[in-house]
Design a binder for this molecule. Structure first.
Ligand SMILES: Nc1ncnc2c1ncn2[C@@H]1O[C@H](COP(=O)(O)OP(=O)(O)OP(=O)(O)O)[C@@H](O)[C@H]1O
Ligand SMILES: [Mg+2]
Length: 406
C-alpha cells in the first residue's frame, strides 16, 4: 500500500504536544498482535513507536495527554461491555478520529454494537498482517456518506439446508423489488462455486467478482460495473464465473463489496449459503435475514440451528423464516408443530409448484414472469409485499387538492 504518510514527530513551534494530531496510534493488549501491527505500520513508513501496549484502557488514559490521532486502533480484549467502554475515548470521537477495534469475541452482534457505538471496524483475533493492513487502508478512505454507513437496504436470503429453493426465492424477491416495488436493486450471488442465478435470469455472468472478493482494495466503481450483468435497467446481477474457488473470498472482501453496492443502490439482495465462510460477516450487514426451509424434519432441525445462531442478533436484524416447496397435502411436519418447535411464526409457506418452476427454467425467466398467475407467484408476491413499506396515502384534504390542481 503506497498511501503511507510518515509519522513525523509532528511538533510545530509554539504548539504543545496535545495540540498536534498524529496520523496513527494503536493500543494492543497482547505482544503477538502488537508485533504484527508494528510490522504493518513500519511497512507503511510509519513509526512503530505509535503501537503501544495496553488496549482500550491505556488508549483512554493516553488521550488525556496526547492529541487524538486521525486513526486509532484499540484492542478491547478483556474489556467488559466493550461498546459502552468505547465512550471512554470521547476525545477521539470529538476529534473525528476513525476508531478501529479488535478483540477476541467472534460475535456478529458485538460487531454491530461496536459499529453503533462509533467504531469504524471490528476485527477478531488472531489477525494476520493483511487483515490489519486492509483495515487501516479502509480507514484512510474518505466516507462516501457523511456517517460512513451504507445507505441501501441489505436483504440476505439463506437456506436452512441445500436445495430448498433459496436461490429461487432470492431471485424472485430481487425481481419484485425492482419491478413491483420500483427499487433499483442488486442481486449478489455469494454461492460462488455453485451459484445458478445467472442461469436462471439467462444472462452471462460478469467478470471480476472473484477479484473483488479476494482483494477488497481493488474494488472501485469500474470493477463493479465489470462484475455486473444487467438483467433490466433496474436490476443488476453480481454472480461469479462458473467454478470459482469459494476459499478465495474473504470477509473483508465481501463486506467491502456489499458496502460499495449498498452505497450505490437502495436495495441489495444476497443469496448467501449458510456454509459460506463469509456468512457471519455478511449476515451482520443485513436488515432482513430470510431463511428458507422445507417442511420436513431435517428442515425443522436446521432451521432451529440457524435460528439459534442468529437469535442473539434479532434486535438488529429482522428474521423471516419461510417454508418453500410445501406439497398441497402439507409438509412432513405440520405447520403448527413446526412453529411450536421453532418458537416462532413462519413468515410464509410457499407451495410446491412444479409447473411454475419448470416454466421459469425453460424460459430463463423469473417464476413471476413465466407463470404470473401460479400459486408460487402469489405466495412470493404476498411475502415480498410485507418486506416493503406501502407508499404513504395521498392526502385528500383541501390543501392537497389545491396543490394538485396547480
Ligand atoms: N416452490 C417450488 N416449487 C417447485 N419447485 C421449486 C420451488 N422452488 C424452487 N424449486 C426448484 O427447486 C430446485 C432447487 O431450487 P434452488 O436452486 O432455488 O434451491 P437452492 O436452495 O438455492 O439450492 P442449492 O442448495 O443447490 O443452492 C430448482 O429446480 C427450482 O426450480
Ligand atoms: Mg442456491
Amino acid at each position: 500500500m503506497s498511501t503511507a504518510t510518515p509519522l513525523g514527530p509532528g511538533l510545530v513551534p509554539g504548539q504543545t504536544a496535545k495540540a498536534t494530531s498524529e496520523l496513527f496510534a494503536a493500543y494492543i493488549a497482547d505482544d503477538t498482535t502488537r508485533g504484527l501491527v508494528q510490522k504493518v505500520v513500519q511497512k507503511r513508513g510509519w513509526s512503530p513507536k505509535q503501537v503501544k501496549s495496553g488496549g482500550l484502557p491505556a488508549a483512554a488514559r493516553a488521550l488525556g495527554v496526547i492529541a487524538a490521532p486521525q486513526i486509532l486502533l484499540v484492542d478491547v480484549t478483556g474489556v467488559a461491555n466493550a461498546p459502552e467502554a468505547l465512550q471512554g475515548l470521547g476525545e477521539a470521537f470529538e476529534a473525528g478520529t476513525k476508531i478501529l477495534t479488535i478483540g477476541t469475541e467472534n460475535d456478529v452482534g458485538l460487531y454491530r454494537r461496536m459499529l453503533d457505538a462509533g467504531a469504524a471496524d471490528y476485527l477478531v483475533k488472531p489477525l494476520d498482517a493483511d487483515a490489519i493492513d486492509l483495515m487501516i487502508a479502509r480507514a484512510e478512505r474518505p466516507n462516501a456518506d457523511p456517517d460512513g454507513k451504507p445507505a441501501g437496504r441489505v436483504i440476505v436470503v439463506t437456506g436452512a439446508r441445500g436445495g430448498v429453493g433459496t436461490s429461487t426465492v432470492a431471485g424472485e424477491i430481487a425481481w419484485l423489488s425492482s419491478t413491483r416495488h420500483g427499487r433499483r436493486t442488486a442481486l449478489l450471488d455469494l454461492d460462488l462455486s455453485r451459484g445458478t442465478t445467472a442461469l436462471s435470469f439467462d444472462v452471462p455472468p460478469g467478470t471480476g467478482l472473484a477479484e473483488a472478493l479476494a482483494s477488497p482494495d481493488r474494488i472501485d466503481d469500474l470493477l463493479l460495473d465489470r462484475a455486473a450483468s444487467a438483467v433490466t435497467p433496474m436490476l443488476s446481477l453480481y454472480a461469479a464465473e462458473e467454478g470459482l474457488d469459494a476459499a478465495e473470498a474473504t470477509g473483508s472482501g465481501a463486506l467491502a463489496l456489499l458496502d460499495r453496492l449498498a452505497r450505490r443502490l437502495p436495495v441489495v439482495i444476497v443469496d448467501l449459503p449458510f456454509r459460506s465462510p463469509v456468512f457471519d460477516a455478511v449476515a451482520g450487514r443485513a436488515k432482513d435475514l430470510i431463511v428458507v426451509s422445507d417442511a420436513g424434519l431435517a428442515g425443522l432441525r436446521d432451521s432451529i440451528r440457524l435460528y439459534r445462531h442468529m437469535e442473539p442478533y434479532a434486535e438488529d436484524i429482522a428474521l423471516h423464516i419461510l417454508q418453500n416447496r410445501v406439497p398441497k397435502s402439507g409438509g412432513a411436519v405440520a405447520r403448527g408443530d413446526f412453529e411450536k418447535q421453532l418458537g416462532n411464526k413462519l413468515a410464509a409457506v410457499l407451495p410446491f409448484d412444479e409447473k411454475a418452476a419448470e416454466a421459469a427454467m425453460r424460459l430463463g425467466q423469473p417464476v413471476q414472469a413465466a407463470a404470473p398467475s401460479s400459486p408460487l407467484t402469489k405466495g412470493l408476491t404476498g411475502f415480498t409485499a410485507g418486506l416493503y413499506p406501502a407508499p404513504k396515502p395521498v392526502k385528500k384534504g383541501l390543501f392537497a387538492r389545491l396543490v394538485r390542481r396547480r
